[in-house]
Ligand binder design. Structure first.
Ligand SMILES: Nc1ncnc2c1ncn2[C@@H]1O[C@H](COP(=O)(O)OP(=O)(O)OP(=O)(O)O)[C@@H](O)[C@H]1O
Ligand SMILES: [Mg+2]
Length: 239
C-alpha cells in the first residue's frame, strides 16, 4: 500500500533522511524505532507532504500512485492519516466541530468520544489546554473519525498513562483488524506493541534505516544493547 524508494529529504538545506527504502502492504502494520533526532518524524511528515520537507531524491508511492507532488490535502483524500507527535492546538474550533467535519455519523462520534473518555472535551477548543494524555486521545479520536486507510502514528503512547494506553491500544487494534487498513507506528516505549500486531520493524539511525526484523525481538535487543548494536545486527541491512 505504501512504498518508499530511495527517499532522501532535506530540511532547511540539511540532509535529514538518506536513501530510505521500505514498503508496507495492505492490512499490515509496521514499527519504526530509533533514537531522538534520527529522522523518524521527518519521514512521517514527508509522507504527509508537509511544507519544508524537501524530497531531493526518491519516490513515495501510495496505492500505486506516485504522490511526491501531491498536496497534503490530496494525500489525505487518497487515504493517509496522521497522529502527530506534538499536536497543534486550534483556538476557536471545538473538538465537536472538527469531529463533524471528519465524520457524518453522530453515533460514531458519540461512541468514539465515550471510548476515548473525551465526552467532556467535545465542547472545548481542539487541544487547547488539554493535558499531554488528553491531547494524544484527542488526536486518536480525530484520526479514527477521518477513517484513513493508512495510519501514520508518531509516538501515540508517549506521555499517556498505562490505563489510557490500554484504552487507546484497544481502539487502534480494533481499527487495524480491518484487512484494508495499514499503519506505520513510531514508538520508544514499545507499550503499543502489546495491543497492535505489527509484522515488521525497522531502526532509523542518523537518517538511515538499518535493520528489518520482528518488532518485539528488535525492541528487546534495543532495550538490552542500545541502538548502536543495530548497526552490527545480523539482520540484512536495508538497501
Ligand atoms: N523544521 C526543521 N528545522 C530544522 N531542523 C529540523 C527541522 N525538522 C527536523 N529537523 C532536524 O532533523 C532531525 C530529525 O528530527 P526528527 O523530528 O525527524 O527526529 P525524531 O527521530 O522524530 O526524534 P524524536 O524521537 O526526538 O521525536 C533533528 O536533528 C531535527 O532537529
Ligand atoms: Mg519524532
Amino acid at each position: 500500500m505504501l512504498e518508499v524508494n530511495g527517499l532522501s529529504v532535506e530540511v532547511e538545506g540539511k540532509l535529514i533522511l538518506d536513501n530510505i527504502h521500505f514498503s508496507i502492504k495492505k492490512g499490515e502494520a509496521a514499527v519504526l524505532f530509533g533514537p531522538n533526532g534520527s529522522g523518524k518524524s521527518t519521514l512521517i511528515k514527508t509522507i504527509m507532504g508537509f511544507a519544508g520537507y524537501e524530497v531531493t531524491k526518491g519516490d513515495i508511492i501510495f496505492k500505486g500512485k506516485k504522490i511526491n507532488d501531491f498536496s497534503t490535502e490530496q494525500r489525505v483524500k487518497l487515504g493517509l492519516g496522521i497522529m502527530y507527535q506534538h499536536p497543534p492546538a486550534i483556538r476557536g474550533v471545538k473538538l465537536s466541530q472538527i469531529a463533524r467535519v471528519l465524520s457524518k455519523n453522530e453515533k460514531d462520534i458519540r461512541l468514539m468520544s465515550e471510548r476515548l473518555a473525551l465526552t467532556g472535551h467535545l465542547d472545548r477548543d481542539i487541544n487547547l489546554g488539554f493535558s499531554g494524555g488528553e491531547m494524544k486521545r484527542s488526536e486518536l479520536f480525530q484520526v479514527i473519525l477521518q477513517n484513513p486507510d493508512f495510519l501514520l502514528l508518531d509516538e501515540p503512547e508517549s506521555g499517556v498513562d498505562l490505563e489510557n494506553i490500554g484504552i487507546m491500544g484497544k481502539v487502534l487494534s480494533d481499527y487495524l483488524r480491518d484487512a484494508a487498513k495499514s499503519a506505520l507506528m513510531i514508538t520508544h516505549t514499545g507499550y503499543i506493541l502489546e495491543y497492535v500486531k505489527a509484522k515488521n520493524s525497522c531502526v532509523m539511525i542518523e537518517g538511515k534505516l538499518w535493520c528489518v526484523g520482528n518488532p518485539k525481538e528488535m525492541f528487546e535487543s534495543i532495550r538490552k544493547y542500545g541502538y548502536d548494536k543495530c548497526k552490527e545486527c545480523v539482520c540484512p541491512r536495508v538497501k
